[in-house]
Write a protein that binds this ligand. Sequence first.
Ligand code: ADP
Ligand code: MG
Length: 617
Amino acid sequence: MSDIIQLLPDSIANQIAAGEVIQRPASVVKELIENAVDAGATSIDVIIKDAGRTLIQVIDNGSGMSETDARLCFERHATSKIKKVEDIFNIQTKGFRGEALASIAAVAQVELNTRTADMELGTSVIIEGSKCTQQEACNCAVGTSFIVKNLFFNVPARRNFLKTERAELGHIQDEFIRVALVHANVAFTLNHNGKVIYNLPKSTLKQRIVNTFGSVYNSRIFPLDTQCDVVNVVGFIGKPEFARKTRGEQYLFVNERFIKHPYFNHAVVSAFESVIPQEHFPTYFIYLQVNPQSIDINIHPTKTEVKFQDERLIYSILHSAVKKSIGNFHLNSQIDFENVSPIEFSTANIHSQPKIPQTVSNPNYNPFANSGGSSGRQNEWKPTVVADGWQKIYESIKENIPEVPTQENIEQIDNQQLVEDTSQISDNVNDISLFQTQNKYIIAKTKSGFVVIEQEAALERILFERNIKYIENQPCTSQKLLFPETLVFTVQDAEIINELLSEFTRLGFEIEPFGNNTFILNAVPPELGDKNVQEIIEQSLEAYKNNLLSLKISKKNNLAHSFSRSLCHQKKNQILTTEEMQSLVNELFSSQSPQISPSGRKICLLFNENELMRLFR
Ligand code: ADP
Ligand code: MG
């Protein structure tokens, strides 16, 4: 038999590699912004069209590239950021794999214009599907501009796989924010279809957070600052009274890199435990700084997973740092949640810096004294305050620190894990098999086992979030009735309807008061079709009134909740087609809390391999 093995041509190898690095337009945005930051830019502009499908442009005023580098940067494993193997253990830049540009150029049409300060003329390179079609001198500003057009033009499966414009833009915004929140000293803009979405001038960290999330944050966050030998913890945390039932802004960074770390998330969230109501999520923007040699950022291609050497110790420091910071705002675990809104902080505290927690320090102790040489780049790790007090604190509390998560206990540590684990369901919903049983449950495969979804609870979550959106942002388009209907209610119900008329309109009803507890119904939400509207409204009002007695929630939340309950009731035990199951699962996992319904019912149960093994034991 003749030899059959061949080396893949670069263009194919790059396209395969691109699958790992470039999953969607947001990945391109992330890689290009990170490169601009690595190039020392102080101003980075991102211009997007059609959520990145047609155009992504990133312009920076960084170092620029020489003529040779402008061509070489598109080669696979071409990087200026690591030179020898030790460098991998001391990474100070965002990128280091030299894969991003090769991957982008494999799946898009890319134009690069770049100039270094010492050159009169810059270089322009055009490359598409890994083939360079043009390279010439050009006039351009110092710095670099990448234009990426028609992403996935040669990978139709990927292109078709992209989600709605809104979803893709959401991913882009997430990536943009994750970088912008770390580099407050760099000006960023994000422009989509000609509209400025973010304009973030160079500022302090607090101002960057406020500019990114809105001026209300000015009075909603307070600082956190604990420095010791193992880790520096700085940043801002949200005042407990602004904790919400939806997972809001929770950002954790290590050495200027956004990370997801359920274990540390637990350290932060549990520090809030006694000061915020159950099922509420605190806001935090926390920046950890550790010796780069004590972490491994090389364990995941998209690099949001980082492995730490001293996980349990950092857990305890982080936990105490947050607790202390909350303590500084005179909050204690005795707060009465019934009277929680609003907690009055004395104005003096809002505007003045809180006291930084004191640590016992030993200025001569350097735990890193013997660790190998670092290559001395810009952000080199320097323990600012050296303290050995933490070791003592750690010894005294270590019994209470949860174990570093293992496969078995990770779900208990953070149920976000469930979302992670099932994210592939929503990502690959066309590829996986779903089935329904008892007209009540949907079963879907996950990475490590399967998940059972309670249909009604899931529907309640989806409808609730949809209704909130209709009421708060985007009214539902209504469907005109051929023949208007007359609805008659009790005095009490008629009163409530009158009070909620504008909310009902936003939900897609067109209801006109006609005197005498009577209303004319001209249009309904399309979802209702030919259902009995009188009954649905009555049921909603029943739930609404019950909620008034038992829950302290806003009018809008109450209506959204009651209306979803009543719709759910209508759709109980419905047989679902595969498409219907797919869209239900998809919508559920893109909702704010896929685990818990607005009425507090469990939506899904996760069975992983270990769980199953245990059940059969
Ligand atoms: P990595 O960032 O992992 O090194 P990339 O493929 O993202 O790999 O980039 C390859 C190289 O191209 C970088 O190491 C850098 O030298 C150069 N480069 C990329 N983007 C820029 C930029 N905006 N300005 C200057 N140089 C850049
Ligand atoms: Mg890079």
